[in-house]
Design a protein around this ligand. Structure first.
Ligand code: FAD
Ligand code: DHB
Length: 388
């Protein structure tokens, strides 16, 4: 079996890469260890940078995004019993859009399959060869080999592609907390996202549509989900979002609950020979600031442009710069996510000195135009390098 580009993983990175390549007449096969339903239901990110929505539109999967995505012009930082709006669009001229990762994945799978694309679900890659490029995978109890010109390792943090990349250096930071995330069938209690810093811990109020809310709570890294009844979750959220005025959080039926560990991770370089890593396979950010999915989209946009240049002209210039171009953006997002995380979370055991520094930092971010512009331009996303 042979193709031009073997793509490991049908998350947003792998699916979008396959779609971008298809539009340039480049063939690919996507191998995915899970089944279609699982991939389309996995609850994850939801906030898209303007650059990400531009890429999705250009890739031909913007129709439902334009209909159902919610365009936001600001966000709220809430602390000390009061909300402080950061006017993202006023400060940067750009917007962000709430549209769930599940919906992006559904749109991409439907588009690829409608165009005759080859996505193999329940096909688990077991070995990747970066030099005689190929992927060995198991499907239906049998082992197959997919030969190719290039391998795109889009198989997330726990995939097989990164271990197949020799000589990569890794950089890691663990955090002493995790996020408990819920999806609830209740209209959001806010129009714009609320990032709350409270002495009980961080909380985030996001949304998925006019009738669906998405909320997160800072919890311990080893938190036992079974200790969190729906009532306890809503009580804790209400306590952390409480203001000195009459703002209220409306509770509702919880339809999904999970705990996400938080870490920062970068593998450098992101390429060896004919193997290219993209998205979570190469880097992880803590979720505060919503950079994970946006970085995955940026990586594959650069990779698609580099492969397009190679197949059109034979030039490897962009392929050779792939890792450097991506890593500049990755490290900016790593810093921003670390910064947003430490600005808003409560460090277990933090003393009063640390709490007062954090409060001063928050006051500064919402009272200085320079500081809030810095937050805003990172949040809406910096321009994409390396693509026309
Ligand atoms: P993934 O979405 O992880 O896709 C990788 C795919 O590869 C998966 O479908 C996997 O099944 C498949 N795969 C793995 N191994 C193999 C194999 N051996 N063979 C074949 N297929 C394989 N980001 C935010 O911005 N906000 C959030 O709220 C947020 N919440 C998150 C919650 C969780 C639990 C996780 C894990 C991540 C979250 N993220 C969030 C990060 C964001 O969802 C990711 O950055 C994004 O999914 C990256 O896309 P990706 O395609 O690189 O990887
Ligand atoms: C969402 C997740 C984030 O990490 C974030 O910073 C904003 C929004 C979300 O899932 O909606």
């Amino acid at each position: 079996m042979r193709t031009q580009v073997a793509i490991v993983g049908a998350g947003p990175a792998g699916l979008l890469l396959s779609q971008l390549l298809h539009r340039q007449g480049i063939e690919s096969v996507v191998l995915e260890s899970r089944d279609r339903e699982y991939v389309e239901r996995r609850q994850r990110a939801g906030m898209l940078e303007q650059g990400t929505t531009d890429v999705l539109r250009e890739a031909g999967v913007g129709e439902r995004l334009d209909r159902e995505g919610l365009v936001h012009h600001g966000l709220e930082l809430r602390f000390g019993g009061a909300g402080h709006r950061v006017p993202l669009t006023e400060l940067t001229g750009r917007t962000v859009t709430v549209y769930a990762q599940t919906e992006i994945v559904k749109d991409l799978v439907a588009r690829r399959l409608a165009d005759g694309g080859d996505i193999r679900f329940e096909a688990e890659a077991v070995a990747v060869d970066p030099s005689a490029p190929s992927v060995t995978f198991r499907q239906g109890g049998r082992t197959h080999t997919l030969e190719c010109d290039f391998v795109a390792g889009c198989d997330g943090f726990h995939g097989v592609s990164r271990p197949a990349l020799p000589g990569a250096r890794t950089y890691t930071r663990e955090y002493p907390y995790a996020w408990l995330g819920i999806l609830a069938d209740v209209p959001p209690s806010t129009e714009e996202l609320i990032y709350a810093n409270h002495e009980r811990g961080f909380a985030l109020h996001s949304l998925r549509g006019p009738k669906v809310s998405r909320l997160y709570l800072q919890v311990a890294p080893d938190e036992d989900l079974s200790a969190w009844s729906d009532q306890r979750i809503w009580d804790e959220l209400a306590a952390r979002f409480a203001t000195d005025d009459d703002w209220e959080l409306t509770p509702g039926p919880i339809t999904d609950k999970s705990v996400t560990p938080m870490r920062s991770f970068v593998a450098e370089p992101m390429r060896h020979d004919r193997l290219f890593l993209a998205g979570d396979a190469a880097h992880i950010v803590p979720p505060t600031g919503a950079k994970g999915l946006n970085l995955a989209v940026a990586d594959v946009t650069v990779l698609a442009a580099a492969l397009t240049e190679y197949y059109a002209t034979g030039s490897r210039t962009l392929l050779d710069s792939y890792s450097d171009i991506c890593l500049r953006r990755v490290w900016r997002a790593e810093h921003f996510s670390y910064w947003m995380t430490t600005l808003l979370h409560v460090e277990p055991g933090a003393d009063e000195f640390a709490r007062r520094l954090q409060r001063s930092h928050l006051d500064y971010v919402v009272s200085s135009t320079a500081a809030s512009t810095s937050l805003a331009e990172n949040y809406v996303g910096l321009p994409l390098e390396g693509v026309a």
